[in-house]
Design a protein around this ligand. Sequence first.
Ligand code: HEM
Length: 210
Amino acid sequence: MALTYFSGLDSSVGAIGDDAVGANARRWSVDRIVPVVGAGLAAVSYISVSEGACREAGVPGTVGPAWVLRGATSYKRYTESVEQAMLDAVQPALGRPEAGRAALLPITTSTAWWELPQDARRAIFEETSHHIAVGLEYLPAVARQLCHGRDLGEPFDFLTWFEFAPSDESRFDQLLARLRTSREWEYVEREIEIRLTREPEVERLPLANR
Ligand code: HEM
């Protein structure tokens, strides 16, 4: 299980990543934060994404994050083997040089959703809402990562992350609009849309040299 931290920052300086030199943190500037359903999140200018232990709150002399969201990659709940093979054939990795835009969508679903049996949730997710079939239409333009927060006691059940080229942003908008009109989304009780542009790589110095 890998933990990913998404830290909302007011300043591009002062927050580092998860190891001694902060080399693993990826920095994105915030274009907009929109509360789609339910309560929003405090406005921030930057988001730092890092894996492993999060040190961003405790670096002396630096400005801490306004908020930190945490999620873990996990096993597949709904994907069947044929679908997985189709995904494996086309889905791109994160971090492509051309993918200068990203979206972070923290999502929480209702108690009614979690009380459904597994087979009923799968039926709503795919047979009725066609989440995977629809999503596949937007690959390989969109790279994605799904993190789970529910079992960590986090405020969001899911932290969904997407990367795409600026020229594919309108297609991503279309994908979002399609998913949000699906039956699956009737169970979403909190959703925030955060749109981001990748920051140019900066040289990361060891802490002692800052
Ligand atoms: C880019 C195309 C997309 C593809 C190919 C895709 C594919 C998938 C797959 C395969 C799963 C199931 C994982 C499992 O078996 O546990 C999943 C889950 C999920 N996806 Fe997507 N997805 C896409 C876009 C999106 C978008 C744009 C959103 C958010 C607006 C989203 C939100 C979610 C959520 C919240 C789950 C977890 C569902 C649950 O466990 O209840 N997906 N997605």
